[in-house]
Design a protein around this ligand. Structure first.
Ligand code: NAD
Length: 570
Protein backbone atom coordinates (compact mmCIF):
# COMPACT_ATOMS: atom_id res chain seq x y z
CA UNK A 1 0.00 0.00 0.00
CA UNK A 2 3.02 2.30 0.31
CA UNK A 3 3.83 4.62 -2.57
CA UNK A 4 6.25 3.35 -5.18
CA UNK A 5 9.82 4.58 -4.90
CA UNK A 6 10.21 5.57 -8.52
CA UNK A 7 7.08 7.67 -8.97
CA UNK A 8 7.67 10.80 -11.10
CA UNK A 9 9.30 13.75 -9.39
CA UNK A 10 6.97 16.34 -7.93
CA UNK A 11 7.72 19.97 -8.74
CA UNK A 12 7.79 22.38 -5.81
CA UNK A 13 8.34 26.12 -5.90
CA UNK A 14 10.57 27.32 -3.06
CA UNK A 15 11.85 30.64 -1.80
CA UNK A 16 15.26 29.30 -0.77
CA UNK A 17 18.44 29.68 -2.82
CA UNK A 18 22.19 29.17 -2.46
CA UNK A 19 23.73 28.29 0.89
CA UNK A 20 20.42 28.87 2.68
CA UNK A 21 18.91 26.05 0.61
CA UNK A 22 21.88 23.72 1.12
CA UNK A 23 21.72 24.15 4.90
CA UNK A 24 18.03 23.32 5.11
CA UNK A 25 17.86 19.52 5.72
CA UNK A 26 14.25 19.29 4.50
CA UNK A 27 15.16 20.68 1.06
CA UNK A 28 18.84 19.95 0.62
CA UNK A 29 19.61 17.30 -2.02
CA UNK A 30 23.40 17.81 -2.02
CA UNK A 31 25.03 16.48 -5.17
CA UNK A 32 21.63 15.43 -6.54
CA UNK A 33 20.66 19.00 -7.54
CA UNK A 34 20.44 18.96 -11.35
CA UNK A 35 22.24 21.46 -13.61
CA UNK A 36 18.93 23.16 -14.31
CA UNK A 37 18.31 23.53 -10.57
CA UNK A 38 21.87 24.74 -9.98
CA UNK A 39 21.18 27.52 -12.54
CA UNK A 40 17.84 28.48 -11.08
CA UNK A 41 18.76 28.18 -7.40
CA UNK A 42 22.20 29.82 -7.41
CA UNK A 43 24.13 26.66 -6.59
CA UNK A 44 27.02 26.70 -9.10
CA UNK A 45 30.35 26.25 -7.34
CA UNK A 46 28.73 25.43 -4.03
CA UNK A 47 28.59 21.74 -4.99
CA UNK A 48 31.09 19.41 -6.67
CA UNK A 49 30.53 19.25 -10.45
CA UNK A 50 29.30 15.64 -10.61
CA UNK A 51 25.51 15.43 -10.57
CA UNK A 52 24.48 12.36 -8.61
CA UNK A 53 21.21 10.55 -8.06
CA UNK A 54 19.87 9.21 -4.78
CA UNK A 55 21.10 5.67 -5.44
CA UNK A 56 24.71 6.85 -5.79
CA UNK A 57 24.30 8.98 -2.67
CA UNK A 58 22.91 6.01 -0.70
CA UNK A 59 25.90 3.88 -1.73
CA UNK A 60 28.35 6.56 -0.68
CA UNK A 61 26.57 7.18 2.62
CA UNK A 62 26.45 3.46 3.39
CA UNK A 63 30.18 3.10 2.75
CA UNK A 64 30.86 6.00 5.09
CA UNK A 65 28.53 4.48 7.70
CA UNK A 66 30.39 1.16 7.52
CA UNK A 67 33.70 2.91 8.01
CA UNK A 68 32.63 4.36 11.37
CA UNK A 69 34.56 2.39 14.01
CA UNK A 70 31.91 2.14 16.76
CA UNK A 71 28.15 2.09 17.18
CA UNK A 72 28.24 5.50 18.83
CA UNK A 73 30.14 6.95 15.89
CA UNK A 74 27.64 5.32 13.53
CA UNK A 75 24.91 7.08 15.54
CA UNK A 76 26.74 10.42 15.23
CA UNK A 77 27.15 9.86 11.50
CA UNK A 78 23.43 9.15 10.99
CA UNK A 79 22.34 12.10 13.13
CA UNK A 80 24.66 14.34 11.16
CA UNK A 81 23.16 13.08 7.89
CA UNK A 82 19.67 13.71 9.29
CA UNK A 83 20.63 17.30 10.04
CA UNK A 84 21.91 17.82 6.49
CA UNK A 85 19.65 15.85 4.17
CA UNK A 86 16.51 14.21 5.57
CA UNK A 87 15.42 12.46 2.37
CA UNK A 88 18.79 10.74 2.04
CA UNK A 89 18.81 9.89 5.78
CA UNK A 90 15.44 8.13 5.55
CA UNK A 91 16.19 6.39 2.23
CA UNK A 92 19.43 5.03 3.69
CA UNK A 93 17.57 3.83 6.78
CA UNK A 94 14.81 2.26 4.69
CA UNK A 95 17.33 0.18 2.79
CA UNK A 96 19.02 -1.00 6.00
CA UNK A 97 16.28 -1.05 8.64
CA UNK A 98 17.38 -4.13 10.64
CA UNK A 99 20.99 -2.87 10.73
CA UNK A 100 20.31 0.81 11.43
CA UNK A 101 17.23 0.78 13.66
CA UNK A 102 19.31 -0.39 16.68
CA UNK A 103 21.67 2.53 16.01
CA UNK A 104 19.11 5.34 15.81
CA UNK A 105 17.03 3.77 18.57
CA UNK A 106 17.56 1.14 21.28
CA UNK A 107 20.09 0.10 22.30
CA UNK A 108 22.60 2.64 20.89
CA UNK A 109 20.41 5.69 21.53
CA UNK A 110 20.84 4.84 25.23
CA UNK A 111 24.59 5.32 25.02
CA UNK A 112 24.02 8.42 22.88
CA UNK A 113 21.83 9.94 25.62
CA UNK A 114 24.44 9.15 28.26
CA UNK A 115 26.99 11.09 26.17
CA UNK A 116 24.60 13.57 24.54
CA UNK A 117 26.29 16.69 25.92
CA UNK A 118 29.66 15.42 24.69
CA UNK A 119 28.55 14.47 21.18
CA UNK A 120 26.25 17.48 20.74
CA UNK A 121 26.77 18.97 17.26
CA UNK A 122 23.67 20.80 16.18
CA UNK A 123 20.27 21.63 17.59
CA UNK A 124 17.14 19.70 16.64
CA UNK A 125 13.72 20.20 18.18
CA UNK A 126 13.17 22.60 21.04
CA UNK A 127 14.45 22.98 24.58
CA UNK A 128 11.85 24.24 27.06
CA UNK A 129 13.78 24.96 30.20
CA UNK A 130 12.19 25.75 33.58
CA UNK A 131 13.95 29.13 34.00
CA UNK A 132 12.48 30.13 30.58
CA UNK A 133 8.91 29.24 31.55
CA UNK A 134 7.65 32.78 30.98
CA UNK A 135 8.94 32.48 27.40
CA UNK A 136 7.02 29.36 26.33
CA UNK A 137 4.86 31.19 23.74
CA UNK A 138 8.00 32.82 22.30
CA UNK A 139 9.81 29.45 22.20
CA UNK A 140 6.92 27.85 20.32
CA UNK A 141 6.81 30.80 17.94
CA UNK A 142 10.47 30.15 17.13
CA UNK A 143 9.67 26.65 15.86
CA UNK A 144 10.50 26.83 12.16
CA UNK A 145 7.75 24.40 11.15
CA UNK A 146 4.26 25.90 11.07
CA UNK A 147 2.21 22.71 10.68
CA UNK A 148 3.41 20.53 13.55
CA UNK A 149 1.35 17.33 13.70
CA UNK A 150 3.31 15.08 16.06
CA UNK A 151 5.28 16.04 19.16
CA UNK A 152 7.30 13.64 21.31
CA UNK A 153 8.16 15.15 24.68
CA UNK A 154 10.25 13.88 27.60
CA UNK A 155 11.55 15.38 30.82
CA UNK A 156 14.50 12.97 30.68
CA UNK A 157 13.87 11.41 34.10
CA UNK A 158 13.58 7.72 33.11
CA UNK A 159 15.50 7.25 29.89
CA UNK A 160 15.10 3.57 28.87
CA UNK A 161 16.37 1.58 31.86
CA UNK A 162 19.14 4.19 32.40
CA UNK A 163 17.43 6.58 34.81
CA UNK A 164 17.71 10.36 34.95
CA UNK A 165 19.65 11.84 32.03
CA UNK A 166 18.32 15.40 32.30
CA UNK A 167 18.45 17.34 29.04
CA UNK A 168 20.64 14.63 27.54
CA UNK A 169 17.40 12.62 27.29
CA UNK A 170 16.65 14.72 24.17
CA UNK A 171 18.08 11.82 22.14
CA UNK A 172 14.88 9.91 22.84
CA UNK A 173 12.27 12.28 21.29
CA UNK A 174 14.60 12.76 18.31
CA UNK A 175 14.93 8.97 17.88
CA UNK A 176 11.22 8.27 18.36
CA UNK A 177 10.25 10.86 15.77
CA UNK A 178 12.74 9.38 13.31
CA UNK A 179 10.85 6.11 13.76
CA UNK A 180 7.53 7.91 13.15
CA UNK A 181 8.82 8.95 9.73
CA UNK A 182 10.74 5.77 8.93
CA UNK A 183 8.11 3.24 10.06
CA UNK A 184 4.87 5.21 9.90
CA UNK A 185 5.49 7.56 6.98
CA UNK A 186 4.90 10.73 9.00
CA UNK A 187 6.39 13.70 7.14
CA UNK A 188 9.45 14.79 9.17
CA UNK A 189 8.61 18.41 8.35
CA UNK A 190 5.59 18.02 10.66
CA UNK A 191 7.35 16.48 13.66
CA UNK A 192 8.79 18.22 16.72
CA UNK A 193 11.00 16.71 19.46
CA UNK A 194 10.80 18.55 22.79
CA UNK A 195 12.72 18.31 26.03
CA UNK A 196 11.15 19.76 29.17
CA UNK A 197 14.27 20.70 31.09
CA UNK A 198 13.23 20.71 34.74
CA UNK A 199 16.76 20.05 36.03
CA UNK A 200 18.33 16.71 36.89
CA UNK A 201 19.18 14.73 40.01
CA UNK A 202 21.98 12.96 38.16
CA UNK A 203 25.17 14.04 40.00
CA UNK A 204 27.40 13.16 37.06
CA UNK A 205 25.47 15.57 34.84
CA UNK A 206 25.39 18.32 37.43
CA UNK A 207 29.16 18.14 37.80
CA UNK A 208 29.96 17.73 34.11
CA UNK A 209 31.34 21.05 32.73
CA UNK A 210 30.08 20.05 29.26
CA UNK A 211 26.48 19.36 30.37
CA UNK A 212 24.15 21.35 28.09
CA UNK A 213 21.10 21.37 30.37
CA UNK A 214 19.92 23.56 33.24
CA UNK A 215 22.35 22.89 36.08
CA UNK A 216 19.88 22.50 38.89
CA UNK A 217 18.18 19.74 40.87
CA UNK A 218 14.83 18.62 39.47
CA UNK A 219 11.94 20.82 40.40
CA UNK A 220 8.97 18.79 41.63
CA UNK A 221 5.49 19.01 43.12
CA UNK A 222 3.27 21.98 42.30
CA UNK A 223 5.99 23.87 40.44
CA UNK A 224 6.50 20.90 38.13
CA UNK A 225 2.78 20.49 37.52
CA UNK A 226 2.31 24.21 36.83
CA UNK A 227 5.19 24.16 34.36
CA UNK A 228 3.78 21.15 32.47
CA UNK A 229 0.34 22.77 32.47
CA UNK A 230 1.75 25.99 31.02
CA UNK A 231 3.54 23.95 28.37
CA UNK A 232 0.47 21.92 27.36
CA UNK A 233 -1.81 24.99 27.25
CA UNK A 234 0.60 26.77 24.94
CA UNK A 235 1.11 23.71 22.71
CA UNK A 236 -2.64 23.29 22.25
CA UNK A 237 -3.08 26.99 21.48
CA UNK A 238 -0.19 27.07 19.01
CA UNK A 239 -0.72 23.69 17.32
CA UNK A 240 -4.40 22.77 17.66
CA UNK A 241 -5.12 19.09 16.97
CA UNK A 242 -1.46 18.07 17.42
CA UNK A 243 -0.70 14.51 18.60
CA UNK A 244 1.45 14.73 21.74
CA UNK A 245 3.31 11.62 22.89
CA UNK A 246 4.73 11.48 26.45
CA UNK A 247 7.96 9.53 26.53
CA UNK A 248 10.28 8.25 29.25
CA UNK A 249 8.78 10.12 32.19
CA UNK A 250 9.40 8.54 35.59
CA UNK A 251 6.67 6.27 36.87
CA UNK A 252 5.59 8.91 39.43
CA UNK A 253 4.64 11.34 36.64
CA UNK A 254 3.91 9.13 33.61
CA UNK A 255 0.50 7.90 34.69
CA UNK A 256 -0.60 11.16 36.34
CA UNK A 257 0.16 13.22 33.25
CA UNK A 258 -1.60 10.77 30.98
CA UNK A 259 -4.73 10.80 33.14
CA UNK A 260 -4.67 14.59 33.44
CA UNK A 261 -4.39 15.29 29.72
CA UNK A 262 -5.90 12.35 27.84
CA UNK A 263 -9.35 13.96 27.68
CA UNK A 264 -8.04 17.43 26.94
CA UNK A 265 -6.00 16.78 23.81
CA UNK A 266 -4.89 14.10 21.38
CA UNK A 267 -2.29 12.39 23.55
CA UNK A 268 -0.90 9.09 24.80
CA UNK A 269 2.01 7.61 26.73
CA UNK A 270 4.02 5.15 24.71
CA UNK A 271 5.74 3.51 27.70
CA UNK A 272 2.35 2.57 29.09
CA UNK A 273 0.03 2.17 26.10
CA UNK A 274 2.44 1.42 23.23
CA UNK A 275 4.33 -1.20 25.25
CA UNK A 276 1.05 -2.79 26.29
CA UNK A 277 -0.17 -3.06 22.70
CA UNK A 278 3.00 -4.67 21.32
CA UNK A 279 3.25 -7.09 24.26
CA UNK A 280 -0.41 -8.09 24.08
CA UNK A 281 -0.12 -8.53 20.30
CA UNK A 282 2.83 -10.90 20.78
CA UNK A 283 0.98 -12.76 23.56
CA UNK A 284 -2.05 -13.21 21.27
CA UNK A 285 0.15 -14.55 18.47
CA UNK A 286 1.99 -16.90 20.84
CA UNK A 287 -1.30 -18.21 22.24
CA UNK A 288 -2.49 -18.98 18.71
CA UNK A 289 0.78 -20.78 17.93
CA UNK A 290 0.48 -22.82 21.11
CA UNK A 291 -3.25 -23.53 20.58
CA UNK A 292 -3.91 -22.26 24.12
CA UNK A 293 -7.06 -20.29 24.87
CA UNK A 294 -6.47 -16.73 26.04
CA UNK A 295 -9.27 -16.85 28.64
CA UNK A 296 -7.94 -20.08 30.23
CA UNK A 297 -4.47 -18.78 30.95
CA UNK A 298 -2.86 -17.25 34.00
CA UNK A 299 -0.53 -14.32 33.32
CA UNK A 300 2.37 -13.37 35.59
CA UNK A 301 3.84 -9.91 35.12
CA UNK A 302 7.21 -9.41 36.80
CA UNK A 303 7.77 -5.67 37.40
CA UNK A 304 4.56 -3.73 38.04
CA UNK A 305 5.68 -0.26 36.91
CA UNK A 306 4.52 1.80 33.92
CA UNK A 307 5.04 -0.96 31.36
CA UNK A 308 3.81 -3.82 33.58
CA UNK A 309 0.60 -2.07 34.61
CA UNK A 310 -0.06 -0.95 31.03
CA UNK A 311 0.22 -4.58 29.89
CA UNK A 312 -2.03 -5.76 32.75
CA UNK A 313 -4.71 -3.24 31.82
CA UNK A 314 -4.74 -4.09 28.13
CA UNK A 315 -4.69 -7.81 28.90
CA UNK A 316 -7.69 -7.25 31.15
CA UNK A 317 -9.56 -5.59 28.25
CA UNK A 318 -8.57 -8.38 25.91
CA UNK A 319 -9.76 -11.07 28.34
CA UNK A 320 -13.07 -9.25 28.70
CA UNK A 321 -13.42 -9.36 24.91
CA UNK A 322 -13.08 -13.13 25.27
CA UNK A 323 -16.10 -13.21 27.56
CA UNK A 324 -14.66 -12.93 31.09
CA UNK A 325 -16.12 -10.47 33.56
CA UNK A 326 -13.77 -7.72 34.80
CA UNK A 327 -13.32 -9.58 38.11
CA UNK A 328 -12.58 -12.86 36.35
CA UNK A 329 -10.12 -11.12 34.02
CA UNK A 330 -8.25 -9.55 36.94
CA UNK A 331 -8.06 -12.91 38.68
CA UNK A 332 -6.07 -14.20 35.70
CA UNK A 333 -3.38 -11.52 36.11
CA UNK A 334 -0.69 -11.82 38.80
CA UNK A 335 1.70 -8.96 39.48
CA UNK A 336 5.09 -9.59 41.07
CA UNK A 337 7.25 -6.62 42.06
CA UNK A 338 10.25 -6.02 44.33
CA UNK A 339 8.39 -7.39 47.41
CA UNK A 340 7.11 -10.45 45.55
CA UNK A 341 3.45 -11.04 44.72
CA UNK A 342 1.47 -7.81 44.94
CA UNK A 343 -1.26 -8.20 47.55
CA UNK A 344 -3.49 -5.97 49.58
CA UNK A 345 -0.85 -5.42 52.28
CA UNK A 346 2.11 -4.81 49.96
CA UNK A 347 4.06 -1.77 51.19
CA UNK A 348 3.60 1.41 49.08
CA UNK A 349 0.86 -0.20 46.99
CA UNK A 350 0.00 2.17 44.14
CA UNK A 351 -3.58 2.91 43.11
CA UNK A 352 -3.00 1.43 39.63
CA UNK A 353 -1.67 -1.81 41.18
CA UNK A 354 -4.60 -2.18 43.61
CA UNK A 355 -7.08 -3.80 41.15
CA UNK A 356 -4.65 -6.72 40.74
CA UNK A 357 -3.59 -7.01 44.40
CA UNK A 358 -4.32 -10.49 45.78
CA UNK A 359 -6.10 -11.23 49.02
CA UNK A 360 -3.55 -13.54 50.67
CA UNK A 361 -6.23 -15.26 52.72
CA UNK A 362 -7.99 -16.43 49.56
CA UNK A 363 -4.96 -17.88 47.80
CA UNK A 364 -5.18 -21.58 47.14
CA UNK A 365 -1.41 -21.87 47.56
CA UNK A 366 0.43 -21.03 50.80
CA UNK A 367 0.06 -17.26 51.11
CA UNK A 368 -1.76 -16.94 54.42
CA UNK A 369 1.17 -17.20 56.77
CA UNK A 370 3.59 -15.20 54.61
CA UNK A 371 3.50 -11.81 53.05
CA UNK A 372 6.31 -12.31 50.54
CA UNK A 373 5.71 -14.81 47.75
CA UNK A 374 8.52 -14.89 45.20
CA UNK A 375 8.32 -15.28 41.44
CA UNK A 376 8.86 -19.05 41.51
CA UNK A 377 6.06 -19.65 44.02
CA UNK A 378 3.70 -17.45 42.03
CA UNK A 379 4.52 -19.13 38.71
CA UNK A 380 3.87 -22.52 40.32
CA UNK A 381 0.87 -21.51 42.42
CA UNK A 382 -0.90 -19.66 39.60
CA UNK A 383 0.00 -22.40 37.10
CA UNK A 384 1.09 -19.59 34.79
CA UNK A 385 1.20 -20.12 31.04
CA UNK A 386 2.49 -16.63 30.32
CA UNK A 387 5.37 -14.78 32.05
CA UNK A 388 6.24 -11.19 31.15
CA UNK A 389 9.31 -9.35 32.50
CA UNK A 390 9.38 -5.55 32.80
CA UNK A 391 11.37 -5.16 35.99
CA UNK A 392 14.72 -3.99 34.60
CA UNK A 393 16.32 -6.87 36.58
CA UNK A 394 18.87 -8.71 34.42
CA UNK A 395 18.63 -12.53 34.45
CA UNK A 396 15.78 -12.59 36.99
CA UNK A 397 14.16 -15.53 35.17
CA UNK A 398 16.28 -18.25 36.79
CA UNK A 399 16.38 -21.85 35.63
CA UNK A 400 13.86 -23.00 38.27
CA UNK A 401 11.36 -20.33 37.14
CA UNK A 402 11.65 -21.35 33.48
CA UNK A 403 11.40 -25.05 34.40
CA UNK A 404 8.29 -24.32 36.46
CA UNK A 405 6.75 -22.55 33.46
CA UNK A 406 7.61 -25.55 31.27
CA UNK A 407 5.97 -27.88 33.82
CA UNK A 408 2.76 -25.81 33.71
CA UNK A 409 2.06 -26.19 29.99
CA UNK A 410 3.34 -27.53 26.68
CA UNK A 411 4.37 -24.17 25.17
CA UNK A 412 5.11 -21.65 27.95
CA UNK A 413 5.12 -18.04 26.78
CA UNK A 414 8.08 -16.16 28.28
CA UNK A 415 8.86 -12.55 27.35
CA UNK A 416 11.82 -10.87 29.11
CA UNK A 417 11.09 -7.33 27.91
CA UNK A 418 13.49 -5.15 29.88
CA UNK A 419 16.05 -2.98 28.06
CA UNK A 420 18.91 -2.59 27.45
CA UNK A 421 20.35 -6.12 27.16
CA UNK A 422 22.02 -6.00 30.57
CA UNK A 423 18.59 -5.46 32.19
CA UNK A 424 16.88 -8.26 30.23
CA UNK A 425 15.30 -10.84 32.58
CA UNK A 426 16.56 -13.82 30.59
CA UNK A 427 18.69 -14.84 27.62
CA UNK A 428 16.50 -16.45 24.94
CA UNK A 429 19.04 -19.26 24.41
CA UNK A 430 18.90 -20.19 28.09
CA UNK A 431 15.11 -19.95 28.29
CA UNK A 432 14.85 -22.29 25.31
CA UNK A 433 17.44 -24.68 26.72
CA UNK A 434 15.76 -24.82 30.16
CA UNK A 435 12.31 -25.34 28.64
CA UNK A 436 13.43 -28.15 26.34
CA UNK A 437 13.03 -25.87 23.31
CA UNK A 438 9.30 -25.47 24.02
CA UNK A 439 9.11 -21.85 25.20
CA UNK A 440 7.74 -19.14 22.93
CA UNK A 441 10.05 -16.18 23.48
CA UNK A 442 10.02 -12.49 22.58
CA UNK A 443 12.35 -9.86 24.06
CA UNK A 444 12.60 -6.11 24.47
CA UNK A 445 16.12 -5.81 23.05
CA UNK A 446 17.23 -7.45 19.80
CA UNK A 447 18.60 -11.03 20.01
CA UNK A 448 19.81 -13.28 17.18
CA UNK A 449 18.17 -16.62 16.35
CA UNK A 450 18.74 -19.56 18.69
CA UNK A 451 19.70 -22.90 17.18
CA UNK A 452 18.23 -26.07 18.66
CA UNK A 453 18.80 -29.80 18.22
CA UNK A 454 22.50 -29.30 17.50
CA UNK A 455 21.72 -26.78 14.79
CA UNK A 456 18.95 -28.76 13.05
CA UNK A 457 16.32 -26.13 13.78
CA UNK A 458 16.52 -22.43 14.47
CA UNK A 459 14.17 -20.22 16.46
CA UNK A 460 13.84 -16.53 15.58
CA UNK A 461 13.45 -14.23 18.57
CA UNK A 462 10.88 -11.51 17.98
CA UNK A 463 11.65 -8.07 19.37
CA UNK A 464 8.68 -6.61 21.22
CA UNK A 465 9.61 -3.19 19.97
CA UNK A 466 7.15 -0.32 20.46
CA UNK A 467 8.05 0.80 16.95
CA UNK A 468 5.55 -1.82 15.74
CA UNK A 469 2.77 0.20 17.36
CA UNK A 470 3.25 3.94 17.87
CA UNK A 471 4.06 4.96 14.25
CA UNK A 472 0.95 3.12 13.02
CA UNK A 473 -1.18 4.58 15.80
CA UNK A 474 0.14 8.06 14.97
CA UNK A 475 -0.50 7.60 11.26
CA UNK A 476 -4.04 6.34 11.94
CA UNK A 477 -4.79 9.24 14.29
CA UNK A 478 -3.48 11.85 11.85
CA UNK A 479 -5.05 10.34 8.74
CA UNK A 480 -8.46 9.92 10.36
CA UNK A 481 -8.28 13.35 11.99
CA UNK A 482 -9.01 11.75 15.38
CA UNK A 483 -9.40 14.24 18.21
CA UNK A 484 -8.46 11.82 20.99
CA UNK A 485 -6.33 8.67 21.40
CA UNK A 486 -8.31 5.96 23.18
CA UNK A 487 -7.47 2.62 24.80
CA UNK A 488 -9.75 0.98 22.23
CA UNK A 489 -7.39 2.22 19.49
CA UNK A 490 -4.47 0.43 21.19
CA UNK A 491 -6.57 -2.74 21.47
CA UNK A 492 -7.30 -2.53 17.73
CA UNK A 493 -3.61 -1.91 17.03
CA UNK A 494 -2.66 -5.00 19.07
CA UNK A 495 -5.18 -7.19 17.24
CA UNK A 496 -4.00 -5.94 13.84
CA UNK A 497 -0.36 -6.59 14.74
CA UNK A 498 -1.07 -10.06 16.15
CA UNK A 499 -2.62 -11.11 12.83
CA UNK A 500 0.64 -10.33 11.02
CA UNK A 501 2.81 -12.67 13.09
CA UNK A 502 5.09 -14.81 10.87
CA UNK A 503 4.99 -17.55 13.56
CA UNK A 504 1.34 -18.23 12.66
CA UNK A 505 2.38 -19.69 9.33
CA UNK A 506 5.99 -20.84 9.85
CA UNK A 507 7.24 -22.93 12.81
CA UNK A 508 10.21 -21.30 14.53
CA UNK A 509 9.52 -17.92 12.93
CA UNK A 510 9.47 -14.71 14.95
CA UNK A 511 6.29 -13.80 16.83
CA UNK A 512 6.60 -10.31 15.36
CA UNK A 513 6.89 -9.28 11.71
CA UNK A 514 10.25 -8.53 10.08
CA UNK A 515 11.37 -4.94 10.64
CA UNK A 516 11.87 -4.66 6.89
CA UNK A 517 8.05 -4.92 6.55
CA UNK A 518 7.43 -2.22 9.12
CA UNK A 519 5.81 0.35 6.81
CA UNK A 520 3.20 -2.13 5.60
CA UNK A 521 2.61 -3.18 9.24
CA UNK A 522 2.14 0.46 10.29
CA UNK A 523 -0.26 1.01 7.42
CA UNK A 524 -2.42 -1.93 8.53
CA UNK A 525 -2.40 -0.75 12.14
CA UNK A 526 -3.21 2.80 11.03
CA UNK A 527 -6.23 1.51 9.15
CA UNK A 528 -7.55 -0.34 12.25
CA UNK A 529 -6.90 2.68 14.47
CA UNK A 530 -8.53 5.05 11.97
CA UNK A 531 -11.62 2.82 11.68
CA UNK A 532 -11.87 2.75 15.47
CA UNK A 533 -11.80 6.58 15.44
CA UNK A 534 -14.60 6.56 12.85
CA UNK A 535 -16.64 4.04 14.89
CA UNK A 536 -16.30 6.01 18.09
CA UNK A 537 -17.20 9.33 16.43
CA UNK A 538 -13.77 10.86 17.02
CA UNK A 539 -12.68 11.16 13.39
CA UNK A 540 -12.92 13.93 10.83
CA UNK A 541 -16.54 13.71 9.52
CA UNK A 542 -15.17 13.57 5.96
CA UNK A 543 -13.72 10.12 6.77
CA UNK A 544 -16.94 8.16 6.66
CA UNK A 545 -15.96 4.88 5.00
CA UNK A 546 -13.14 2.39 4.65
CA UNK A 547 -12.43 3.76 1.17
CA UNK A 548 -12.20 7.33 2.44
CA UNK A 549 -9.80 6.26 5.19
CA UNK A 550 -7.62 4.25 2.78
CA UNK A 551 -7.42 7.22 0.42
CA UNK A 552 -6.47 9.55 3.30
CA UNK A 553 -3.82 7.11 4.52
CA UNK A 554 -2.32 6.94 1.06
CA UNK A 555 -2.22 10.73 0.92
CA UNK A 556 -0.79 11.14 4.43
CA UNK A 557 1.98 8.57 4.19
CA UNK A 558 5.20 10.37 3.36
CA UNK A 559 7.87 8.69 1.27
CA UNK A 560 11.48 9.96 1.26
CA UNK A 561 11.83 11.03 -2.35
CA UNK A 562 13.50 14.07 -3.88
CA UNK A 563 11.34 16.73 -5.46
CA UNK A 564 12.25 18.97 -8.38
CA UNK A 565 12.67 22.53 -7.14
CA UNK A 566 12.03 25.86 -8.88
CA UNK A 567 12.78 29.25 -7.37
CA UNK A 568 9.84 31.49 -6.54
CA UNK A 569 10.70 35.06 -5.67
CA UNK A 570 8.50 36.47 -2.92
P1 NAD B 1 9.23 1.41 35.92
O1 NAD B 1 10.35 1.99 36.70
O2 NAD B 1 7.95 2.15 35.83
O3 NAD B 1 8.89 -0.06 36.47
C1 NAD B 1 9.84 -1.01 36.90
C2 NAD B 1 9.17 -1.86 37.96
O4 NAD B 1 10.05 -2.94 38.28
C3 NAD B 1 8.89 -1.09 39.24
O5 NAD B 1 7.57 -1.32 39.69
C4 NAD B 1 9.91 -1.67 40.20
O6 NAD B 1 9.47 -1.65 41.56
C5 NAD B 1 10.02 -3.10 39.68
N1 NAD B 1 11.19 -3.78 40.21
C6 NAD B 1 12.38 -3.25 40.54
N2 NAD B 1 13.17 -4.20 41.06
C7 NAD B 1 12.47 -5.35 41.05
C8 NAD B 1 12.75 -6.68 41.44
N3 NAD B 1 13.93 -7.01 41.97
N4 NAD B 1 11.79 -7.61 41.27
C9 NAD B 1 10.60 -7.28 40.74
N5 NAD B 1 10.28 -6.04 40.33
C10 NAD B 1 11.21 -5.08 40.49
O7 NAD B 1 9.81 1.16 34.47
P2 NAD B 1 8.99 0.74 33.16
O8 NAD B 1 8.74 1.95 32.31
O9 NAD B 1 7.84 -0.10 33.54
O10 NAD B 1 10.10 -0.12 32.40
C11 NAD B 1 10.58 -1.32 32.98
C12 NAD B 1 11.49 -2.04 32.00
O11 NAD B 1 10.73 -2.43 30.87
C13 NAD B 1 12.65 -1.18 31.49
O12 NAD B 1 13.84 -1.94 31.47
C14 NAD B 1 12.25 -0.83 30.08
O13 NAD B 1 13.38 -0.71 29.23
C15 NAD B 1 11.41 -2.03 29.70
N6 NAD B 1 10.45 -1.68 28.64
C16 NAD B 1 10.42 -2.45 27.52
C17 NAD B 1 9.56 -2.14 26.49
C18 NAD B 1 9.51 -3.02 25.27
O14 NAD B 1 10.15 -4.00 25.20
N7 NAD B 1 8.77 -2.70 24.26
C19 NAD B 1 8.73 -1.02 26.59
C20 NAD B 1 8.76 -0.26 27.77
C21 NAD B 1 9.62 -0.60 28.79
Amino acid sequence: MTKSVDAPEVLEEIELRGVELLTNPLYNKGTAFTEEERDDLGLWGLLPPHVDNIHGQINRAYQAFEMEPSDLEKYIFLRNLQDHNEVLFYRLLMEHIPEMMPIIYTPVVGEACQKFSHIFRQRRGIFVSYPDRHRIPEILNNVPCRKVRVIVVTDGERILGLGDQGTDGMGIPIGKLSLYSLCGGIDPATTLPIILDVGTDNEERLEDPLYIGWRNRRIRDQRYDDFVEEFVENVVAKFPGVLLQWEDFANRNARRLLERYRDRLCTFNDDIQGTAAVAVAAIMSALKVSSMQEADQNYVIFGAGSAGIGIAELLETSLMHKGLSRTQARERIWLVDRYGLIHSETPDLQEVQRPYARDLGKLSFGGEARTELGLLEVVRGARAGVLIGCSGQGNAFHQDVVEAMAANCERPIIFPLSNPNACCEGEPAQILAWSGGRALVATGSPFGPVSLDSGISSIEIGQCNNCYIFPGVGLGVIASGATRVTDAMFMKAAIALSELSPALSRPGASLLPALSDIRAVSNKIAFSVGMEAVKSGLSDPAIDSEEALSARLEKTMWYPRYKRFKFRSS
